[in-house]
Design a protein around this ligand. Sequence first.
Ligand code: CP
Length: 329
Amino acid sequence: MTSAKLLSDLKKARQAKNLSVLDLISTENLTLNDVELLLNLAGIFKKFVEGGAKKCDLLKGKTIINFFNENSTRTRSSFELAGKHLGADVINLAGSVSSGKKGETLGDSARTLDALNADILIIRDANSGAPFQLASLIRAPIVNAGDGWHEHPTQALLELLTLRERFGNKKLTYLFVGDALHSRVFGSQVRLYQKLGFEIRLAAPATLIPKGIENWGVKVFYKIEDALPGCDAVHAIRLQTERAAGKFVATGREYSKNYCINPARMALLNKGGVVLHAGPVIREFDLRTEVLESPNCLVQQMVENGLPIRMATEWLIATNPKQKANPWK
Ligand code: CP
C-alpha cells in the first residue's frame, strides 16, 4: 500500500471524525464511536504495515515523547515504532535515567517535556492516577501507557482488535483468571467490555478479587473449572509481583496449580475458544507451554496488533483539531 492510498483509506474511514477525548487515559470515557474509529483506523494501519511499506509522513513535524517510569517491552517498543512509522520525531525517556532520580517531581518533569513542544506525551507510571493528574498540568495530550493498578487503555483496544479478527462483532462470554486486583489491564478491559455487552466472568482467589466487582456486572467464581464452560475466551492475568501480589496468595505453587491455564482447562472453553494474555507471560505459571503454542492462543497476534492500535491512537490524538487548554498562559 502506498502512502497516498493509506491517506485516502484513512480519510474515508475517518470521515472527519475525531475522538471525543483529548487525552487517552481510560477506556471509561471512550464512546462506542471512539472505539469503532480507533479499531477501523488500526485495521487500515495494519494492512499498511503488513504490506511492507512501513513509513509514512502523517505525523511529520510532530514530536512524540515516550516517558516510561516502569519497565516495559511491548508497550514502549510499539509506541516508539508507531511514532516512527508515522514520521514523527520520537523521544524515549526512561524514569531510571531521568532527572526524577535527582528529586524532580513527576509534574515538573512533565512540564519540562511540555516546554519542548511535545505533541503527545505517552506515560507509564507505577502510580495509579499519574496520567490523570498530569493531564491538567500540561498542554500536550497525554496517552496512558499503564498507570499502577488503574488502567492500560491501548492494551484493552489491541486485545479487542484481536478478538474482532477472530469473532467479528459477537458479544462474547469472556473469562478473566487471576490477579484482577492489581491489574490495570483488567481495569481497562472490564470497562471496555461492559460497554460492548460482553458477559464477563472472573475466576480468582478471594484475596485477588476487587471489592464490589459484582457491581461492574462481573460474575465471580473461585474455581476455574466452574467458570470456563460456555466461555469464548479466557484471559490469564499475570500475578503482579511488582505490586506485592505474592503476599495475597498462600504460595505461588498453589496459585499456579489452581489457576494456570493448562490444556485440560483450555479444552473446557467453547469450540474455537481462545486464550489471551497481555504479556509478559510467565511460562508454566500463567500458561502451560502447550497452551501458549496452540493456534487458539492469541498472545502473538495481540503483540502484532499493538503497533496498528498505537499508530491509530497517535494519529487521532495528534491531529485532533480541538486543543487542550494551555496551562502556561
Ligand atoms: N502488556 C504490557 O503492558 O507489556 P509491557 O509491560 O512489556 O509493555
